[in-house]
Ligand binder design. Structure first.
Ligand SMILES: [Fe+2]
Length: 123
């Protein structure tokens, strides 16, 4: 529910519809309508469709708590929960955005280095 509730809060604070949509659609690589039903979420579109929506969703997939992680970390996390469709979507989103970026996005871990509270980890 945090994506839905977060989007509601953003809307209440007058943020643009684009930002509200980014927040609502940022979970994993989006939620399909079957996920929406299974999770008991209010009806709506939870799939990232714009480039900005996809980038934020996938950036979130590559951070866990205060660590930058390879995308496989989030894929494995979803598989462990039995959310195989979601895991496949993360893999597909990773491929799509890596292709647009021109290199595997997992290489970002090696580029950004280490920040005070942001440590890259390999899984
Ligand atoms: Fe989130």
């Amino acid at each position: 529910m945090h994506a839905y509730v977060g989007a509601q809060i953003a809307a209440e604070h007058g943020l643009s519809q684009e930002i509200v949509d980014i927040i609502r659609k940022h979970t994993g690589a989006g939620l399909d309508q079957e996920d929406v039903r299974e999770l008991g979420l209010p009806p709506g579109d939870y799939m990232p469709r714009t480039l900005e929506e996809k980038i934020v969703a996938h950036a979130d997939n590559m951070v866990s708590d205060n660590r930058v992680v390879v995308h496989q970390f989030s894929v494995d996390k979803l598989r462990a929960k039995g959310a195989d469709r979601g895991a496949v979507r993360i893999e597909m989103l990773h491929q799509e955005l890596s292709q647009l970026y021109g290199r595997d996005l997992d290489t970002i871990l090696g580029l950004i280095g280490e920040y005070p509270k942001l440590k890259g980890v390999r899984v």
